[in-house]
Design a binder for this molecule. Structure first.
Ligand code: E4P
Length: 286
């Protein structure tokens, strides 16, 4: 059995859950949140039901309360906070939110989508020492663009390839994580790979086996890991391929980020879903 090199983050939006999982597995390196997870927070849900929806400011204040409660419970993997971004949100609008959110807690990472505007915001953020987590990553080209856009950084940068959502469309999602790791091996190491959208124990074990820098995991998968006695993959570990292989692409990292083809249908759909879940917490008049 090998020692674990991958940091574990909890994928969730409720400090009580963070507390419970921390106790269960001993420690947590960090946490990722997103608009869908925040919309499921029990306290926020109660407020939405009793007040028929929140104003934009109230929603922000609730999001802040949630991450403030989570922040001291986790380690240096930090707490990822996601900006509101729909298809027309500009980099400047994302940055304005980011500047505010980054001040909420001392270990914040700001999540931007892997879109043109998200990358523009990331490029400017790292210039102002704002740590970023580039989310909704579904292609190696998007990860290459993240690398190139944040090249000058002195602060940590994460890229989050979404495994489970690629599986959902019949692709072998973990291949993307392996491909990004391989591509980054030729780089300077300034972007850490944070495997996301983990749906089962086997995907978690694969991330440990691959030694991704970080993995973000929902509570139910960590419960399962605990139930099985915290197994770690050994040299004989074999992953059951779930779909069409995602082939490795030879991409040169050292070029302007704008030169990469960053379009991906799942990024667009992911944004749509986050926007819908966020809007569902707002009052009709906001
Ligand atoms: C990552 O930061 C996301 O919050 C998360 O992993 C999404 O997972 P899902 O595809 O199960 O919604």
């Amino acid at each position: 059995m090998t020692a674990r090199k991958t940091k574990i983050l909890l994928d969730g939006g409720d400090a009580d859950e963070t507390q419970r999982i921390k106790k269960l597995i001993g420690s947590l390196d960090g946490q990722t949140t997103n608009p869908s997870l925040i919309a499921k927070n029990p306290e926020l849900k109660k407020l939405v039901t009793s007040e028929h929806g929140l104003s934009v400011r109230e929603q922000m204040a609730e999001y802040r309360k949630i991450v403030e409660a989570i922040s001291p419970l986790v380690g240096d993997g930090g707490v990822s906070i996601e900006v509101f971004a729909d298809e027309s949100t500009t980099a400047e609008e994302m940055l304005e939110q980011a500047r505010e959110m980054f001040r909420w807690i001392s270990n914040a990472f700001i999540k931007y989508p892997c879109t043109r505007e998200g990358l523009r915001a990331a490029e400017q953020s790292v210039g102002s020492n704002i740590r970023v987590n580039m989310t909704l990553c579904f292609s190696q080209a998007q990860a290459a663009a993240v690398y190139a856009a944040t090249k000058s950084t002195k602060v940590p940068v994460y890229v989050s390839p979404f495994v489970g959502r690629l599986d959902d469309i019949g692709e072998n999602g973990v291949d993307l994580v392996a491909n990004i790791k391989r591509m980054y091996a030729a780089g300077d190491g300034h972007v850490a790979v944070l495997a996301a959208s983990i749906r089962n124990l086997e995907q978690l074990l694969y991330c440990f086996w691959l030694e991704t820098d970080l993995v973000t995991v929902p509570a139910k998968v960590l419960d399962d890991w605990a139930r099985h006695g915290f197994p770690m993959p050994d040299g004989n570990f074999k992953y059951t391929v779930t779909g069409k292989p995602i082939l490795y692409q030879e991409l040169v990292l050292d070029q302007p980020w704008q030169s990469f083809d960053i379009q991906h249908e799942l990024t667009r759909k992911g944004i749509e879903k986050f926007v819908a879940d966020y809007r569902a917490t707002l009052s009709q008049t906001s």
